[in-house]
Design a protein around this ligand. Structure first.
Ligand code: HEC
Length: 196
């Protein structure tokens, strides 16, 4: 790059400027970043499927936990099991990852409800006992408006841990917060309560 002492034709209030164009490498980087921006935007913030570091962490830890399912054996979706895992932050991470991957499109990022009902309040349409949550997830509801996940989630433990995660959302505050639907049900029982 050679600088010139030539001024260009513009003259404003007696002020002129030297006629030195931007260096080629600078313009090239600028043009490249402009071209790259939409790709990045679509990949990470649009429909491209790119994951943020948090999502990558969640999906990696879910993968690790899936490998660790052997430790758990095959869980049964009964009351004791759901109550136990509802308070187990380590295993709830699996349920949270399943929820983030499959459920937020209809139930909102924090379970506040969108197409599907709010899962954080005390009103439920298809659930009277905590174990009903697992049944709804397995079999779906409202003729498939809520899809059945029995065949889509590969392992029964995913259903159980997702149900436990959904149960744990109750009472949390959600940003969306769809109006309550269904009937108000009593709180989840304490862990060692006798079955009704
Ligand atoms: C295609 C949209 C859609 C997706 C995806 C979806 N749901 Fe639903 N879900 C619904 C709808 C709609 C209902 C309400 C059904 C009804 O009206 O009885 C529902 C109901 C439920 C209920 C019962 C709520 C109640 O008040 O009885 C639970 C629990 C639930 N969904 C959990 C999940 C979980 C967990 C996932 C992910 C594995 C999921 N849903 C994915 C649409 C969806």
């Amino acid at each position: 790059m050679t600088e010139t002492d030539e001024t260009n034709e513009h003259c404003y209030d007696g002020i002129t400027e030297y006629d030195n164009p931007l260096p080629g490498w600078w313009s090239a980087i600028f043009a490249l970043s402009v071209a790259f921006a939409p790709i990045y935007l679509i990949y990470y913030h649009g429909t491209g499927g790119g994951m943020s570091v948090y999502e990558e962490y969640d999906s990696e830890s879910a993968r690790v936990f899936t490998l660790r399912f052997k430790e758990l054996g095959d869980l049964t979706p009964d009351r004791d099991t759901l109550l136990r895992f509802k308070d187990d932050p380590q295993w709830l991470a699996v349920g949270r990852a399943v929820f983030k991957a499959n459920c937020v499109s209809c139930h909102g990022p924090d379970g506040g409800g969108m197409v599907g009902p709010n899962l954080t309040d005390d009103h439920w349409k298809n659930v009277t006992n905590i174990e009903d949550i697992a049944k709804v997830i397995e079999n779906g509801a409202a003729n498939g408006a809520m899809p059945a996940w029995r065949h889509r989630l590969s392992h029964i433990n995913q259903i159980v841990l997702t149900a436990a995660y959904v149960a744990s959302l109750r009472g949390t505050t959600s940003s969306a917060g769809k109006a309550p639907e269904g009937t108000e049900i009593p709180p989840w029982p304490p862990r060692d309560a006798p079955a009704e």
